[in-house]
Design a protein around this ligand. Structure first.
Ligand code: 5GP
Length: 223
């Protein structure tokens, strides 16, 4: 198949959707896979745009027909990537973006070793909490659930070859494009001013994950 497959993971509510939107507005050649989910739409969400919203029966039927590239359970609901859209767009030479969580990302890594896996994270746990609270559709118990989920996911950061820190939407979208377009300058120098948002070094990813995890525990203890 011609095009690339790119997985963008990150804590729910951390702003990765906004970054992906920016990436597609500013750069050509990207398409976003619309996932299927059994969760209810938020107020602003439209069926077929943010997600295909389906019942458990429909979802399970498609699982049986091998209609998903990957699928996973997340905070009480199913989420999955419909296979046909991805395969068609890759054949057309597009870079297909999958905005999916960690379990799904690991399934993609198994099936498509050449897929580019990127984890997008806010600078620290306090900022994640601020962004979750700022999304006023989320009730406070849901915010806590999502922070607890983040505590599980943070351990997987070192599994991703690329960690991108999302301090600013424009910078973050540009970083994603540099990685996905194979900009040869993107790997070096580590931590230099040009690459401040991109971390590939395994030790630095681990220490970021540890600090973030400690921060989440503090934030949760205070919630
Ligand atoms: P939300 O309910 O906040 O829209 O999404 C919850 C989580 O599910 C996010 O981390 C999101 O990236 C992930 N997600 C969305 N679609 C899919 C999918 O098709 N497969 C998997 N594995 N995760 C998904």
């Amino acid at each position: 198949m011609g095009g690339k497959l790119a997985v963008i993971s990150g804590f729910s509510g951390a702003g990765k959707g906004t970054v992906i939107k920016k990436l597609m507005e500013e750069h050509d050649g990207y398409v976003l896979s619309v996932s299927m989910t059994t969760r209810r739409p938020r107020e602003y969400e439209r069926d077929g745009v943010e997600y295909h919203f389906v019942t458990n029966e429909t979802f399970e039927g498609l699982v049986r027909q091998d209609g998903f590239l990957e699928h996973a359970g997340y905070v009480d609901h199913y989420y999955g990537t419909p296979r046909a859209f991805v395969e068609e767009n890759m054949r057309a030479g597009k870079t297909v973006l999958l905005e999916i969580e960690v379990q799904g990302a690991m399934q993609i890594r198994e099936k498509f070793p050449e897929a580019v896996l990127i984890f997008v994270a806010p600078p620290d746990a306090a900022e994640l909490q601020r962004r979750l609270r700022g999304r006023d559709t989320e009730k406070s118990d849901l915010v806590i659930k999502r922070l607890e989920q983040a505590l599980t996911e943070v351990r997987s950061i070192p599994e991703y070859p690329w960690l991108v820190i999302n301090r600013d939407v424009d910078d973050c979208a540009r970083d994603l494009d540099r990685i996905l377009s194979g900009d040869p300058g993107v790997c070096v120098p580590q931590g230099g001013p040009e690459n401040a948002g991109i971390i590939t070094d395994q030790d630095r990813k681990r220490s970021f994950a540890q600090d973030f995890s400690g921060g989440l525990e503090r934030v949760l203890a205070e919630s």
